[in-house]
Design a protein around this ligand. Structure first.
Ligand SMILES: [Fe+2]
Ligand SMILES: [Fe+2]
Length: 291
């Protein structure tokens, strides 16, 4: 289903629709330029001291499990690589733009807990299912997929506030998946709007596919299916086990084919959940981002 034109017109007309900060654009240009070096990447981040401090905090958190402290951005780039540092900058920027508390009716802190936990779950699943998937991922990509998969809900909460809260309320009362209730109340769902925003922000095609198809993994482009399956299953487990609160009252549809491809069975859920909870607790990233 295509997104309703009225919705797009309304979104396109929003003047203060947050854009990604200039720093992300500069980092992206730098990454695309084969002549860039670590010093140039570091310089872009060092020019924004607030961002620099946040990134250092995140890369030094238990989340990235560094054995010795990373004391400078140059050090981080040398240790983690350009792309990973740029991905950390992206998640830090998204959180800085949207992390503030929302209005009543939708608990943003619990929403971010759901999103971050979905990233952690994607990582747990990746480790567990590695032999069944072809693609290889770094931690930062798995983290970003979880962090961003439901970003469309934040757009709805901010710009379609009343309709979105009605959709959340109806979803709880009628026990129908939130994305279906969004279609009823807003004529679009958060996966469509999130993917639209992802495209506008110039996120990678892979991340756009994850956002777009996390509820309907069968529709994803075969090229990106591994990350879509990981994020879809991570989201399923976090909703089922109520790790954070995505605003959805029902577990998403179960895709037997995806579980089969990943080599997972429903009886594995308790062990996986325990691992996710353990990792989430250990992860100071949650706290670093909430401050
Ligand atoms: Fe979702
Ligand atoms: Fe979700």
């Amino acid at each position: 289903m295509a997104i309703n034109d009225d919705i797009i017109r309304k979104l396109e007309g929003i003047r203060n629709l947050p854009t990604l900060p200039a720093i992300i654009q500069k980092l992206r240009n730098c990454l695309l330029n084969p002549n860039s070096d670590a010093g140039q990447v570091a310089k872009i981040i060092e020019d924004d001291p607030a961002m620099m401090l946040k990134i250092l905090k995140v890369v030094n958190s238990a989340f990235f499990g560094s054995s010795e402290p990373i004391t400078s951005i140059r050090h981080a780039v040398a240790r983690m690589g350009f792309t990973s540092v740029s991905n950390v900058a992206l998640s830090t920027s998204v959180f800085a733009a949207y992390g503030r508390k929302g209005e009543a009716g939708f608990n943003r802190e619990e929403f971010w807990r759901h999103s971050i936990s979905t990233g952690i779950a994607a990582e747990v699943l990746y480790d567990r299912c590695r032999q069944n998937i072809k693609s290889r991922y770094n931690k930062d990509v798995l983290h970003l997929s979880g962090l961003l998969h439901d970003i469309g809900k934040i757009i709805f909460e901010q710009y379609f506030h009343e309709q979105f809260l009605n959709a959340v309320k109806d979803c709880k009362e009628r026990n129908i998946p939130l994305f279906l209730m969004e279609i009823e109340h807003i004529s679009a769902d958060h996966a469509q709007i999130g993917a639209w925003l992802g495209k506008k922000w110039g996120l990678s095609t892979e991340l756009q596919e994850v956002i777009r198809w996390h509820h309907e993994p069968d529709n994803a482009n075969a090229k990106y299916i591994d990350l879509v399956m990981l994020c879809h299953t991570a989201n399923y487990i976090c909703n089922l086990e109520k790790i954070g609160d995505s605003g959805d009252s029902t577990a998403p549809a179960f895709f037997h084919s995806v579980w089969k491809r990943l080599g997972l069975e429903i009886k594995d859920v308790p062990t996986i959940t325990e691992q996710i909870r353990e990792e989430s607790q250990k992860s100071e990233l949650l706290l670093a981002l909430f401050e």
